[in-house]
Every structure is written in C-alpha cells, then in structure tokens.
Design a binder for this molecule. Structure first.
Ligand code: NAI
Ligand code: MG
Length: 335
C-alpha cells in the first residue's frame, strides 16, 4: 500500500523549498504519494482561515505531514499556527538533530552530532495563565509540569537513543532553583533513566549546558529537556552547525507527526529561487526514518553531505552561486 503524506507548501520561500524537496524525494523513489493542504497566509487568502479544517483532517487521516514554513500575521489577534498544530495533535516531542556539515560557516565543521528532544506541550513556553496587573507593574505566568508530560518525553529520548544506537542522554534542568517544576521533571527523568541501564544518563543545569555546548559540543549525544529550555538550546545547537539553512525539526505525537525546517518563511528572499532547501530536506530525512525507510533517509543525508563537500551548486547562504533548484538537482544526482 502506498503511504500518503500531507504536504503543506506554506508561505514565502515555502513553495520553493518544497518543490526542491519533493524533487529529491522522487529521485529517491520513496513511493510516497502527496496530498496538498493549505495553511498560513496562503490558506487565509484562499479559504479565509489560517488553518482550515480540511488541512487538519488531511493530517489526521495520513498521520504524517511535511510542512514548509508558515507566516503568522503579526498583531492582528492571530496566534501561531505551528503552536496550534502542536496542540491539536498533541505533538509532544520536538526532535531537532544538529550535525556538523562540511563547507558551512560553522565554527564546528566536524564533531557535533547531537539531537535535542524538547517537550512540546507544557511548561512556561505555552504561556498559560498570563496576566498583567491593571497598573502595568506586575506580570504573571503559570508554569505547569506534569508527571505524564515529563515521563513520555524522557521515555521518547531513551527509546530514540536505543533505536539510533546512541549511548548517552543528558537531562537538562534547573531543579536547583525551580524546585517544583524542574524538580518534578528531574525526579521523573531519574525514574525513567533507571529503566534504561544500557544508556548512560547524566544531568546538567541549563546555564552550564549552554556554556558546555559552546565550549565542547562533542560531549553531547541526546539532550532531553522541558519546552522553553529546549526552544533556546535547539537554536543554539543550530548555530553550532551552520545556522538555520541546515536545521530540521520533527513534531511527533502518538497519532500524527509533522516534519519541517526550523527556519521561517524568509520574506526577504522569497520568490528569488535562492533559498537553501537543506533544512526541509533534512526534515524529510527524519520523516523517512519515521516511516520505516531509514536506508533512504541515510542515502538522502549522505547525498547532502557529498554535495556540500563538492561545493556543487550551493545556495548563496552557503557561499555558493547556485539556486534552490540547481542545489536540489545536485543532491538528487547523488542519492
Ligand atoms: P526566517 O527564518 O524566515 O529568516 C531569518 C533569516 O534567515 C532571513 O534573513 C532569511 O532570509 C534567512 N533564511 C531563513 N531560511 C533560509 C533558507 N532556507 N535559505 C536561506 N536563507 C534563509 O525568520 P523571520 O524573518 O524571523 O520570520 C519570517 C516569518 O516566518 C515570520 O512570519 C515568522 O512568523 C515565520 N516563521 C515561521 C516558522 C515556521 O513555520 N516553522 C518558524 C519561524 C518563523
Ligand atoms: Mg524557537
């Protein structure tokens, strides 16, 4: 049976990098078929809704979506569509690999190969209970951490370690200060870690983690942490390995998973055909792993690395004079 995935072409550079990504996936002969669905500004213009019900239905039916960046209109009472999607499908695990690639502007052209596993549904990041006093002098925010939420994300991290042959999980927290919330997360993480004696587990406080990441990133393998810390740390990690053009992310739940690039719709270069398609391609590689096609995922990653090594048709952000489609064709010729 052919697997159908929902394809969201998105806004700005979205359609350009999606065309490039599907071109390479076709060359890989993944056997996937694609169902287009709209979200973002393009959906607002076509259907009067940033996130139409038909799009939600398509993702629910197929269980897997490949998504280009979406523009969320600023200051018009719209909330982030990405956050809405995570909530709607309870996509509790945000999985962001960061790996050194050749010929990027990275300070770490080799040695970094880590995955941040970020809890995606609770904690300070979701902005629960926000209020500002009438006099504007005091602001409040509720931070809720649950045993269930902590347990499933830490389990996810350890299972990912087993599945990918990784050896170490670092639990990142601030339990010394945030004794209730971060304290509960750490307590549950220790309980879960005890169930995985084959995987090394260590604990690190979040501020020290930031310094360690910049000084000696090669010591990390899998990082698991709460939502807000994960948001910050995963961007730091993207910066270690050459920035946004190379950073993919997966949002994974029990019934659905959405794979994407970490970057946004890049309105400054949209329509010029020069966007780097690698982040979405690497998101597609995560999707192939998820769909049980790890050999194709590996071939895709290897083709990207080989193309970077050869400096063949690289986009301007990587110092090349190629464009989105010529870069994609160079990658496709190596899969
Ligand atoms: P951005 O990531 O779109 O752009 C930041 C800078 O990086 C720009 O100079 C852009 O040209 C460059 N850049 C980004 N992706 C690139 C690529 N693939 N190749 C080459 N250069 C690339 O962030 P910005 O400007 O803050 O946000 C623009 C829009 O994107 C906003 O509407 C924002 O809401 C949305 N956004 C959507 C996300 C998503 O759907 N996952 C994530 C982040 C932002
Ligand atoms: Mg972020």
């Amino acid at each position: 049976m052919t697997q159908t995935i929902t394809v969201i072409r998105g806004d700005g550079i979205g359609p350009e990098i999606m065309d490039a990504t599907l071109y390479v996936l076709d060359a890989l002969k993944t056997g996937l078929s694609y169902e287009d669905a709209d979200a973002g500004m393009v959906a607002l213009e076509k259907h009067g809704d940033l996130l139409p019900q038909a799009t939600l239905d398509s993702i629910r039916k197929n269980g897997v979506a490949l998504k280009s960046p979406l523009t969320t209109p600023v200051g018009e009472g719209f909330s982030s569509i990405n956050v809405a999607l995570r909530r709607h499908f309870d996509l509790y695990a945000n999985v962001r690999p960061a790996k050194s690639f050749p010929n990027t502007k990275s300070r770490f052209p080799d040695g970094v190969d880590l995955i941040t596993v970020r809890e995606n549904t609770e904690g300070a990041y979701i902005g629960e209970g926000q209020s500002i006093s009438d006099d504007g002098e005091t602001a409040l925010l509720t931070q809720k951490i649950t045993r269930k939420g902590s347990e499933r994300i830490v389990r996810y991290a350890f299972e990912l370690a087993r599945k990918t042959g990784r050896k170490k999980v670092t639990v990142v927290h601030k339990a010394n200060i945030l004794k209730s919330t971060s304290g509960l997360f750490l307590k549950v993480a220790r309980e879960v870690a005890a169930l995985y004696p084959d995987i090394q587990c260590n604990e690190m406080i979040v501020d020290n983690t930031c310094m360690q990441l910049v000084m000696r990133p090669e010591q990390f393998d899998i990082i698991v942490t709460t939502n807000l810390f994960g948001d910050i740390i995963s961007d730091l990690c993207a910066g270690l390995v050459g920035g946004l053009g190379l950073a993919p992310g997966a949002n994974i739940g029990v019934d659905a998973a959405i794979f994407e690039a970490v970057h946004g719709s890049a309105p400054d270069i949209a329509g010029k055909g020069v966007a780097n398609p690698c982040a979405l391609l690497l998101g597609a590689a995560q999707m192939l792993d998820h769909l049980g096609q790890p050999d194709k995922a590996e071939r895709l990653r290897a083709a990207i690395i080989a193309t970077l090594e050869a400096k063949d048709s690289l986009t301007p952000d990587l110092g090349g004079s190629g464009n989105t489609m010529s870069f994609a064709k160079a990658i496709a010729s190596r899969v």
